[in-house]
Ligand binder design. Structure first.
Ligand code: AMP
Ligand code: MG
Length: 350
């Protein structure tokens, strides 16, 4: 009889249903690609050292090849497989924040396939905090290259269902690790001798890093010498994380006016609202309009808000609203990552 550690025999291997760890290991070793849980968002993983498998990831996501992938490890002891140099600052950051939502950009080993790094001389690495992800990578025996498991530019997935919705026909499996605890992507830091460049705000906050390393210098991410920006930080691409419905980012002070304006000129259409905190004071404002509202939090808890962000955006996208107005959240802690994703969702041009 099956026990909790047994390999289920009832699951199909054709990618239509979630897999168990043993199936995922075997598929990845054979060059397969699939959705894997991490604490940030679901990843679309391939063995980083099988370029054909990595190419399938780019193809499945329709991701441009200039946008490099994060390489995931189960243990810091694996770092030399992908990074040729790990500075003392990088080691300290890893020691304090791994496993967790922090990606370090380090000098690469030449053996890492060019497709993974988009030909850059650096490689982005992290150790995910999700135990299933680490167990999987350790059992595969090779680092996994994994971008978020969504179509390029679209909303990142925080549940297995989100992965299946966008990629079901293009992948070999999905491993179910439950809803993602953090819900926004990792913070990406380029570690340089002079300090750190914040290439993408994410699940590890600048405040947390500064609290542990108060002396560290923060370098301007836009002033990275000799680099073309999209290559240094594809996370800085202006259009990203976007719902299909147009989205506008609005300051809380202007929200009421913007809703009234829009509703006045679109009397018979629904407006989607992504609001920050639901309180007795905010809950009934703006009133009297045809709106569908998602609230990020009732308590002001940043972690809960970040974890809900992408699911809220998805529901808004499905709400038949003509436009989504997203209220800018306070620009502090995880608010930086939330505003960053909303800015990019708003920058969508198609
Ligand atoms: P995604 O996995 O879709 O969340 O995107 C991966 C992110 O990792 C990109 O947006 C980049 O910011 C970052 N990244 C990956 N490799 C590198 C690299 N070699 N240098 C700088 N950033 C990188
Ligand atoms: Mg992504």
């Amino acid at each position: 009889m099956p026990n909790s550690h047994s390999r289920s025999t009832s699951l199909r291997l054709d990618g239509r249903l979630p897999a168990d760890v043993a199936q995922a290991v075997s598929l990845l070793q054979q060059g397969g690609i699939g959705g894997i849980p991490t604490e940030t968002v679901y990843g679309l993983a391939a063995d980083a050292f099988q370029p054909r498998a990595v190419a399938r990831v780019f193809e499945a996501k329709q991701r441009p090849a200039f946008d490099p992938l994060i390489v995931h490890l189960p243990d810091p002891a694996w770092l030399p497989r992908v990074a040729r140099e790990v500075s003392s600052l990088a080691r300290q950051l890893a020691g304090r924040f791994w496993p967790g939502p922090l990606t370090l950009v380090l000098p690469r080993q030449t053996t890492v396939p060019d497709l993974v790094t988009s030909g850059l001389d650096s490689v982005a690495v992290r150790i995910p905090a999700h135990p299933l992800a680490r167990e999987l990578i350790a059992q595969v025996g090779s680092p996994l290259a994994a971008p978020s498991a969504n179509l390029f530019g679209r909303i990142s997935p925080t549940t297995v269902q989100h992965v299946l919705d966008q990629l079901e026909d293009r992948i070999d499996f999905v491993l179910d690790g439950g809803p993602c605890r953090v819900g926004v992507e990792s913070t990406v830091l380029q570690v340089e001798p002079e300090g750190l460049r914040l290439l993408r705000p994410g699940g590890t906050t600048v405040e947390e890093i500064t609290a542990v390393f108060p002396e560290v210098a923060w370098l301007d991410p836009l002033a990275s010498p000799g680099h073309n920006l999209p290559q240094v930080a594809p996370g800085l691409l202006t259009q990203h994380y976007a719902p299909r419905t147009p989205l506008e980012l609005v300051d809380p002070a202007n929200l009421g006016d913007r809703v009234r304006d829009w509703s006045g000129s679109h009397p018979h259409t629904q407006l989607g609202l992504l609001r920050w905190q639901k309180t007795p004071a905010t809950r009934d404002e703006p009133a009297g309009t045809n709106t569908y509202t998602e609230w990020l939090t009732t308590t002001g808890d940043w972690k809960g808000a970040a974890a809900r962000l992408f699911a809220c955006l998805r529901r808004l996208d499905e709400s038949q609203s003509e436009l989504i107005l997203a209220e800018r959240v306070p620009e502090t802690g995880l608010g930086r990552a939330i505003n960053d994703r909303l800015r990019r969702a708003a920058a969508r041009t198609e």
